[in-house]
Write a protein that binds this ligand. Sequence first.
Ligand code: DC
Length: 209
Amino acid sequence: MIIAIDGPAAAGKGTLSRRIAETYGFHHLDTGLTYRATAKALLDAGQPLDNESVAEETARTVELAGLDRDILSAHEIGEAASKIAVMPSVRRALVEAQRAFSTREPGTVLDGRDIGTVVCPQAPVKLYVTASPEVRARRRFDEIIGKGGSADFDAIFEDVKRRDERDMGRADSPLKPAADAHLLDTSEMSIEAAFQAAKILIDAALKEA
Ligand code: DC
């Protein structure tokens, strides 16, 4: 059983994916972390972000077991990840590892930008989780303030829009809902309500499997 969850940054995919994985005892892979780990390795090595063959080689060294969002959450890493994610050979390398992960038993939840369209188009449950850019920027802002940090809402809002443009506008595997994806707009829906909606779809798919 594969659950594919796609959507833009800060839409609530991560929280929803973890909740689903916990509930069903499935393995979870946040595929954004594979792009982030590649970007961090390049930044740490002082490598440029525009050399595709170096980026591909680096992508092939990423170990899925060692991915940690706390280490990879920095804003510069997210920006760098979004830049190297436009490179087809980097995507091929990471997609290979993601597909291998998706076959784990008893089931998997993968979240990202192209899971339902490219990585696992055969997934029986596909969700596209979205929210307006304002709501997503507000969540990011509240999260930073909640952790005692300081943040500029307008800068975060611009950032969210720029990231959307890059993720949706790239030629290879742009962010978009699969034709058979179920849309969950969390702008005015709690994560709990989104989870309940997802649960109905997953339970129905499990019955058919
Ligand atoms: O979800 P995130 O913010 O951690 O993702 C960081 C970047 O990685 C995102 O801007 C685009 C890229 N990405 C991708 O291209 N495909 C995926 N399946 C996941 C992430």
